[in-house]
Write a protein that binds this ligand. Structure first.
Ligand SMILES: [Zn+2]
Length: 69
């Protein structure tokens, strides 16, 4: 019987269009996978995870943290 799924969780998409991770652990795992694969056809690989204030999830970014000096 066809039955519609009723999601009880917030959408896994972020308005920024970036891949969203549920928590820092998930983001860290994805980050480790990317870094293990190395940079192949992409010259900028994600280097760190950050908490997104928009979707309250975690994203990966290739931007290096600002060194304040
Ligand atoms: Zn987000």
């Amino acid at each position: 019987m066809p039955r519609r799924r009723t999601p009880h969780h917030p959408p896994t998409r972020c308005p920024t269009g970036k891949v969203r991770f549920r928590d820092r652990i998930a983001a860290g795992l994805a980050l480790a996978t990317i870094q293990r694969q190395g940079r192949q056809d992409r010259d900028k690989a994600e280097t760190r995870a950050y908490r997104c204030p928009t979707c309250a999830g975690w994203h990966l970014t290739s931007q290096l943290p600002r060194v304040g000096r």
